[in-house]
Design a protein around this ligand. Structure first.
Ligand SMILES: Cc1cc2nc3c(=O)[nH]c(=O)nc-3n(C[C@H](O)[C@H](O)[C@H](O)COP(=O)(O)O)c2cc1C
Length: 200
């Protein structure tokens, strides 16, 4: 890349990173997302860093009517795995609706390497990088997203629902859609509070 291209690339990257925002499904528009955009998000997920090139991300995309079945499965799973005293009817209601409120829902999975030579932590971190790549790509298209990791979304049942097995894991649901609200402003405490810089 030429140096002027690099400057604009850095600016664009910083702009995307800082403006990427979480918006929940109930604040998304009932507006479909072009399939080409979804493919671009998936392709960029595939370029996440990966220890040992295991490429552990497994992404199951739900659109259209398939979301109704996913929502019903989520609600039923929440009911099944939640002890009666911890069961919250409003959570159950949310689970039975959320998948229909976002035009695209991606179940995020982690496929465990057969030899298990690469630590599980590294595989989970690689999948998180893949999710970030999807989220940044979504931002570039004016799309918001929400990574949800409730108990049902990360359950063994959810992993099996998308064809994973054994030590593979479901790592949550990634809802994608156009915001029905003004693009939210993010906030962070200063990075200086979280950095320890050791020079000598
Ligand atoms: C691994 C992971 C899991 C998350 N799970 C949830 C969740 O279950 N429920 C929730 O409300 N937000 C969840 N979030 C989203 C955070 O709430 C959100 O990132 C945070 O509020 C900061 O907002 P921003 O993403 O717009 O900067 C999750 C984020 C990450 C990275």
């Amino acid at each position: 890349m030429k140096s002027e291209e690099l400057v604009s690339t850095v600016e664009a990257a910083s702009c995307l990173i800082r403006n990427r925002r979480t918006v929940k499904p109930k604040q998304m528009l009932d507006q479909p997302v072009d399939e080409a955009i979804i493919h671009e998000m998936l392709e960029n997920a595939n370029w996440a860093p990966t220890h040992g090139l295991t490429e552990p991300w497994r992404l199951s995309v739900f659109t259209g009517e398939a979301r109704t079945r996913l929502a019903a499965f989520l609600a039923a799973t929440y009911k099944k795995i939640t002890p009666p005293d911890a069961f919250k009817p409003n959570k159950y209601e949310g689970m039975s609706k959320n998948a229909m409120l976002a035009p695209v829902v991606i179940v995020v999975g982690m496929k465990r390497q057969e030899s298990q030579k690469i630590p599980e932590l590294d595989e989970i971190q690689a999948v998180a990088c893949a999710v970030q790549n999807m989220h940044l790509t979504a931002t570039a298209h004016g799309l918001c997203a929400f990574w949800s990791t409730n108990l049902a979304a990360v359950s063994k049942e959810m992993a099996e629902y998308v064809g994973l097995s054994g030590d593979d894991r479901a790592l949550g649901l990634f809802y994608v859609g156009y915001p029905a609200v003004e693009w939210p402003k993010g906030s962070r405490h200063p990075i200086s509070e979280k950095v320890n810089w050791v020079a000598d």
